[in-house]
Design a protein around this ligand. Sequence first.
Ligand SMILES: Nc1ncnc2c1ncn2[C@@H]1O[C@H](COP(=O)(O)OP(=O)(O)OP(=O)(O)O)[C@@H](O)[C@H]1O
Ligand SMILES: [Mg+2]
Length: 287
Amino acid sequence: MERKTRIIAIANQKGGVGKTTTVVNLAASLSLLKKTVLVIDLDPQANATSGLGLQRQQGVSLYPILTGAADIADVIQPTPYENINIIPSELDLAGAEIEIARQPNHLTVIHDVLDRVLQAGVFDYILMDCPPSLGILMTASLAAADGIVVTMQCEYYAMEGLSVITELINKLHDNGANPNLKLEGILMTMFDGRTRLAADVVEEVRKHFGDLVYNAVIPRSVRVSEAPSFGQPVVFYDPSNRASLAYREFAKEFSKRMRAAEQELAPQPSVPAEPEPAVEQQPSSEP
Ligand SMILES: Nc1ncnc2c1ncn2[C@@H]1O[C@H](COP(=O)(O)OP(=O)(O)OP(=O)(O)O)[C@@H](O)[C@H]1O
Ligand SMILES: [Mg+2]
């Protein structure tokens, strides 16, 4: 069956706010919902690549694709997990920024190379793990995306810098590069239930952004930080862990919200003016 592929960028130019952990565990949780996922690791640190159990490999990344040196089909790799594929990252991706910046179509490069993947209709979701910077790769990934999920750590200054992303969204709307780009939602991560601060931060963010903030909040757990060293999402490494359960809840909420938004956009069927009577009325033969 051909699938409609949605492209989601997980972004925040702030470092260490749970972007990669969210990409890896959202992919795992969606795969458990029988969705097919392609992860694209856009960060030269390659944490999503290793977090899904793959080694960094020279020439196997988006880099040779964006420079026209290879075909996208050559770099899509299977992971040890059913329904999860990945375009890994490598250090050369850092150099790609400079090379891509010289190309006249630098804003649309990622959009252009993903077109073939969309046509193939193999994936339900493409999840892009963005680096903690506002470079060309991050901008080009937002230009290619249908939506953005912003992760925020439950710490002071959590919202700091979000205006940078909203300005970038407005810019991509205004210059026509991606008029439909949408801030899908905000996911609060690394919630520490023992501190008043974490609860205050979540409350403050909800006050500002209301329903944009997902109900699911990801708790802080040592198991989350252990899992990557085993090349596993925590959802598989320790399925009953609180953070694993929270990520699975988040995945359900994420896909439900997405479906609801699409139904709103879909043309409504026209309602017939006069409903046909279901049964013809017979003249009563009763006396
Ligand atoms: N819920 C959690 N509980 C405990 N540790 C977590 C949790 N989420 C993320 N971490 C840890 O926090 C660190 C930063 O997380 P992560 O790498 O996902 O952030 P990032 O936003 O992708 O960082 P960067 O900006 O460097 O790419 C990692 O060591 C990760 O294992
Ligand atoms: Mg990261």
